[in-house]
Write a protein that binds this ligand. Structure first.
Ligand code: GLA
Length: 726
């Protein structure tokens, strides 16, 4: 290798790709990793992308670069740096000059570091992607032109391209960016759509999904190998190019996991059920892919041997005996009349605590406009309850108080949403915070102390640990050391713990949460050393038993919904009054997007899709995506939307949750139950749009796939409703 490879396992994983039969590696860059503070750039260690490209070249791989500025990838804020949100009304992914100026500065830096490694100058970089699936987000081709110009200014002279899902190829399209299409199945339909804008020239799939990512509390995703292989074969027969997303997904370490919308935080494991597992192991899908590619080699071409897996070790169960409670380790606060978001206090990630005094008084309801993301409410240090953005629960009942009491709201920021307009995801408390007694008038709480807890190195170095002595510590850091003879990869077993973060020898392994499906955390061997190794665990709920162990196998598919503090999260159906005007119709068969425009727009807060029959005559209903349109046919923003009611959803056999209908992605879907129970038609899905909206129609994307796919709706009825008083 030309220079020391900083990502310890890069060469191993690159060799795995090559051995599977691939000739190119597509690499996202994440702006927030490379510019953690405005104008402060980081291209070293794990962020040394030039070394990564050189390592790829040394292994005989080409590189396709995907620098953003927006990436997605279930990565914190889709790769955007949090500090962009310090500008209150900034419009990301638009021609807002404040956004574009920052994006240009970043791309110029990318060019400085990577333009010399283009194929035109002897390097491995073949092509560079502009933005990412912008068609899912907007239609402004001039914005895409600005990103293109920024890449050219940065010195990129290889072909520039744009990727989009099948249904959005024309949104934001411009003919000076080569188009490629992203999909999880059914290449023929996708390429036919691509041919509408690209009559001639090479066909390419920019992202082909063998599996899918996981979110906390939802079943682990696994792909369908047979369908995957059939689709790959189709693309090989068509002489199309494709990128397997993910061929190897690995882990989202540190604070960098994102969240799907409306709000479904992603797990740290990004195993993705990819052909190369999170720890770099061969899987059956790897073998099958390699065997398929072996049939399509050029004369004289052979596949290299498969590299050996890296050593794996177990760590014997070890008691964790020292503890540093969060509330006993607070820094100096800032004072503020009203609470503001984390970004307003110049804080990037971690926890933030808001404190004020409550006078003596009767039982009351505490409520905030919003709390991002999980709030714990304490009175004089005793936990009273939780707020939870997943279910938009921002109220907690407080007991009567016979004296002045300290109110603490400890807020945990999970990853910022990485998709859709929700990337404008500010953390902490969104004011006002009010206290309401009975039916009385809400009183706004003021006079706050705000403690920033960024969980960074300097904060962790200042923690005061004491022996735990079996006492419950509430939200706390726990510390131990484990002895290791000879380091290797291991999977830390977090099942006895609640929810939080783990650092091993100072390396942040990411987030864990006992509700699963991920129960272990991947520790790469090079982060361990012979002798004593320090493990620090921040547990926000408190462990069942403070014991940590290392396993030789991961556990990525164990859901424990009974441990969720927001159990039974689906709120009870609200009372809704539906108007008489119902729109009825039939959807066409097939996978194509269908648009329905109403003769007259109707206003309401609730949108009900009633599915009356299925194309295959079965009992299952479902859909990949529902977009509502305003009077002029423009998509309405989904910000603040929730599922008001769904009569059935498959949440055990697969992730068929109703939120998949409004998460903006077409590769996953809402599906009614087809496992343990199979409730018959009709099926009802009711969206709560948070406020009354004028609705002029909607777009329906059927469950994707070739041929007749179960769950595709035929006859339907649409109703628009209001709350009884709204
Ligand atoms: C989209 C994005 C990717 C990733 C996948 C889902 O297609 O382009 O970055 O988020 O969805 O894993």
């Amino acid at each position: 290798m030309p220079r020391a490879c900083r990502g310890e396992y890069w060469t191993h994983r690159l060799r795995m790709l090559k051995a599977m039969g691939l000739n190119t590696v597509c690499a996202y860059l994440f702006w927030n990793m490379h510019e953690p503070r405005p104008g402060e750039f980081n291209w070293s260690g794990q962020a040394d992308i030039a070394a990564f490209c050189e390592a790829a070249q040394a292994e005989g791989l080409w590189v396709i670069l995907r620098p953003g500025p927006y990436a997605c990838a279930e990565w914190e804020m889709g790769g955007f740096p949090w500090w962009l949100l310090k500008t209150e009304d900034i419009q990301l992914r638009s021609r807002d000059p404040r956004f574009l100026e920052a994006a240009r500065r970043y791309l110029r830096e990318v060019g400085r570091v990577l333009a010399p490694l283009q194929v035109t100058r002897g390097g491995p970089i073949l092509m560079v992607q502009a933005e990412n699936e912008y068609g899912f987000y907007g239609t402004d081709a001039a914005y895409m032109g600005e990103i293109r110009a920024a890449l050219l200014d940065a010195g990129f002279d290889v072909p520039l391209f744009a990727c989009n899902p099948t249904q959005h190829l024309k949104d934001g399209y411009r003919d000076d960016l080569f188009p490629v299409v992203n999909f999880g199945t059914d290449p023929r339909t996708a390429f036919a759509a691509l041919r509408e804008i690209l009559p001639r020239g090479p066909l390419m799939c920019g992202e082909f999904y063998p599996g899918w990512f996981d979110t906390w509390g939802a079943p682990h995703h696994t792909g369908n190998t047979e369908r995957y292989l059939a689709d790959l074969r189709t693309m090989l027969e068509l002489h199309a190019s494709f990128s397997i997303y993910m061929a190897h997904g690995g882990t989202t370490f540190g604070f960098f996991t994102g969240a799907d919308r409306p709000f479904k935080p992603d797990t740290s494991s990004y195993d993705y059920d990819a052909p190369i597992s999170e720890a770099g192991w061969v899987t059956p899908r790897f073998e099958a892919t390699r065997a398929l590619f072996a049939q399509y080699l050029q004369p004289g071409e052979t596949l290299p041997d498969v590299p050996a897996p890296n050593p794996v070790i177990a760590i014997a169960p070890t008691a964790v005996e020292r503890v540093a409670p969060v509330l006993a380790n607070l820094p100096r606060p800032q004072r503020d009349e009203q609470p503001r978001t984390m970004e307003a206090y110049d804080q990037d990630y971690g926890l933030i605590l808001y404190r004020t005094k409550l006078p003596a008084g009767p039982a009351a309801t505490l409520e905030a406009a919003a709390i991002h993301d999980i709030g714990q409410v304490f009175l004089d240090g005793k936990r009273i309850g939780f707020t939870d953005r997943r279910s938009r629960q921002y109220a907690v009942e407080l007991p009567a108080r016979d004296r002045e009491t300290t109110l603490d709201i400890l807020v945990e920021a999970m990853g910022r949403v990485n998709f859709g307009v929700e990337v404008h995801d500010r953390k902490g408390i969104h004011k006002p915070v009010t206290l309401t007694v009975g039916d009385g008038k809400p009183q706004e709480l003021t006079g706050w102390e705000v403690f920033s807890l960024p969980l960074d190195e300097s904060m962790r170095a200042g923690l005061k640990f004491t022996p735990a002595n079996g006492a419950s510590a509430g939200p706390a850091f726990w510390r131990t050391t484990v002895q290791i003879d000879s380091p290797g990869d291991t999977f830390l077993d977090l099942r006895p713990w609640g929810k939080g973060f783990v650092w091993v020898n100072g390396h942040n392994l990411g987030r864990y949460w006992n509700i699963g499906p991920q129960q272990t955390m991947y520790v790469p061997g090079p982060w361990l050393k012979p002798g004593a190794n320090e493990i620090v665990i921040l547990d926000l709920l408190g462990p069942e038993e403070p014991v940590v162990a290392g396993l030789k196998q991961p556990i990525l598919d164990e859901l424990r919904p009974q441990l969720d503090f927001s159990r039974g999260r689906r709120a009870k159906a609200p009372r809704i009054e539906f108007g008489d005007a119902a729109q009825t119709g039939e959807f066409a068969a097939g996978a194509a997007l269908q648009e329905v425009r109403f003769a007259e727009a109707e206003t309401g807060r609730y949108f009900c899709l009633e599915a009356l029959s299925a194309h295959d005559g079965g009992s299952v209903a479902g859909l990949a995506e529902l977009t509502l349109l305003d009077e002029s046919g423009q998509p309405l923003s989904t910000q603040g939307w929730t599922i008001a009611f769904v009569d059935s959803e498959e949440r055990e056999r697969e992730d068929g949750a109703a939120e998949n209908a409004i998460d903006g992605q077409t590769a996953n879907a809402w599906r009614t139950q087809w496992g343990a129970a199979q409730p018959p038609y009709p099926h009802r899905l009711i969206l709560d749009l948070a406020q009354p909206r004028k609705i002029g129609g909607f777009r329906y994307v059927p469950i994707q796939g070739a041929g007749e796919v179960s769950g595709r709706i035929k006859a339907y009825r649409v109703l628009i409703g209001r709350a009884p008083n709204g």
